[in-house]
Design a binder for this molecule. Structure first.
Ligand SMILES: NC(=O)c1ccc[n+]([C@@H]2O[C@H](COP(=O)([O-])OP(=O)(O)OC[C@H]3O[C@@H](n4cnc5c(N)ncnc54)[C@H](OP(=O)(O)O)[C@@H]3O)[C@@H](O)[C@H]2O)c1
Length: 447
């Protein structure tokens, strides 16, 4: 990595002193980048101390004399005007970031959970204390999506966001589609390759994508999209046969994070979705991330890249650090220059968050139905009474032993509340053994 000449301090000394909270996957890489002698002796960022839990753990390229287990040694060191938080988790990360800003230090973080849950408080602290809070690495790893929303698209009213922002689930779904493997086998493979944690809950149950969508919605719409207000559904229920049937119908299945700013307010949802096989989103495979933004002036914008890993995440973290350092330099070392950072909009006056009831989408409904005469009429009646129009019914695999067949019903656009009502009735129907899956379709005629 080379550091832009513009970021150099005029007298050759450093303007930015960094205190690092955490030296795991991301923090160790950030430390190596700051300490890399190839960046030139004159680069303007010093690393003064690193907080960890276990001082004896080996960390390649990270000098042990910089390590401490005492947070005060990093937070209260006067040489540090930028605190980089890459510990993760809600606490103590939130408290440390708050303390740093209250002490007049800029904060750079990759922590989606703390930001999603405490964004209003943390952004408020940045504004009140005249410091920068930057968190590019918290969404999309190395993809500079937050800077694009905050800076490049600032003249636009952003109307919608549609994204694949969890590489683990995208890897699992891609591998289920390509190899026909079960969810469990694809998850085990992802764990073996280091793409999924031993406890995969945050990824497969879509908490991680929900946190990231919360951050995106705050920045793009000024909406206080607390995770509690976001509809969330993970991928545990997707079977290889869903991917096969979806493929036969011209779709693939992706875990999408979607936020739209409509007349009634902002709706945020994270769930598996049928995506038409011929659109770019359908071709985002493996651990890649992609974000589509739609601005009123620009129209659609597509960003794709590596959404996790030491290198991409350190790229985003260091981009934030060097931007702050540049701001200080432009102001003759005045480290209160880059106020607000990605804090941006005041969510107190932002749009309200709306629930799922009035969402209008098409649905894929997979039923295990009793394989006999007259069944379809009973099922169709349930849809009709819920004011849902059926577009097609296909029978796939039959289980002759149990006398069941897989029926896949595609609907025309229907109201979510009506679909949920129909689903509840289908589950009670004597000719339906089980409602196996209900997946929303993401249509691309409306961005
Ligand atoms: N990994 C990625 O690809 C990625 C991508 C985007 C964003 N992020 C975000 O970046 C952050 C860091 O992720 P990571 O993968 O680098 O995590 P990690 O490998 O688990 O590293 C966490 C580091 O923080 C230290 N730490 C944790 N709790 C601590 C505490 N209470 N006191 C002192 N030190 C503590 C750990 O110390 P020890 O080493 O002594 O245990 C470790 O060095 C998270 O917010 C994550 O969501 C990660």
């Amino acid at each position: 990595m080379s550091i832009d000449q513009d970021t150099l301090a005029r007298d050759g000394s450093s303007v930015a002193g960094v205190g690092l909270l955490g030296a795991g996957v991301v923090g160790s890489q950030v430390a190596r980048v700051i300490l890399d002698p190839d960046n030139g002796p004159e680069h303007n960022v010093d690393l003064n101390g690193i907080l960890v839990r276990d001082i004896n753990r080996a960390r390649e390229g990270v000098p042990s004399e910089l390590l401490t287990t005492d947070p005060e040694q990093v937070l209260s060191d006067d040489r540090n005007n930028i605190i980089v938080e890459v510990m993760g988790g809600e606490e103590p990360a939130r408290s440390y970031m708050a303390a740093a800003m209250q002490a007049g230090k800029h904060v750079v973080t990759a922590n989606k959970e703390a930001l999603a849950k405490h964004g209003d408080e943390l952004v408020g602290l940045a504004v009140d204390n005249g410091v920068t809070l930057s968190y590019e690495a918290s969404v999309g790893g190395g993809i500079p999506v937050l800077a694009v929303i905050q800076d490049s698209l600032s003249a636009n009213r952003i109307e919608s966001i549609r994204a694949i922002i969890n590489g683990t689930t995208n890897y699992i779904l891609s591998s289920m589609e390509e190899g026909g493997s079960s969810f469990g086998d694809a998850l085990a493979e992802a764990q073996e390759l280091g793409y999924a944690e031993a406890d995969p809950t945050a990824d497969v149950d879509a908490h991680d994508a929900m946190y990231k969508l919360s951050i995106l919605a705050r920045l793009a719409f000024g909406a206080s999209a607390h995770p509690d207000a976001i509809y969330r559904e993970g991928i545990r229920n997707i079977e290889a046969k869903d991917l096969r049937y979806a493929g036969a119908l011209g779709f693939t299945i992706k875990l999408l994070a979607i936020a739209r700013n409509g007349a009634a307010g902002v709706r945020c949802r994270v769930h598996p979705a049928l995506v038409p096989a011929d659109v770019p989103m359908a071709k985002v495979n493996g651990v890649l991330n992609a974000v589509e933004l739609n601005g009123d002036l620009l129209g659609p914008l597509w960003l794709q890249g590596r959404g996790a890993g030491a290198g991409p995440t350190a790229s985003a973290v260091m981009g934030d650090v060097l931007r702050i350092a540049k701001g200080m330099l432009a102001n003759d070392g005045n480290d209160k220059s880059a106020i607000g950072g990605l804090g941006g909009k005041n969510t107190a006056n932002g749009p309200s968050i709306v629930d799922m009831d009035d969402l209008q989408v098409r649905y894929y409904v997979r039923l295990a139905a009793i394989d006999r005469f007259g069944v379809l009429a009973k099922i169709a009646n349930v849809f009709g009474e819920a004011h849902i129009s059926i577009a097609s019914v296909l029978q796939f695999d039959a289980d002759d032993e149990r006398g069941l067949a897989d029926l896949v019903i595609m609907t025309h656009p229907a109201r979510e509340a009506n679909m949920q009502e129909a689903a509840a009735r289908l589950r009670q129907l004597d000719v339906v053994a089980s409602l196996e899956n209900l997946i929303r379709v993401e249509d691309y005629d409306t961005v």
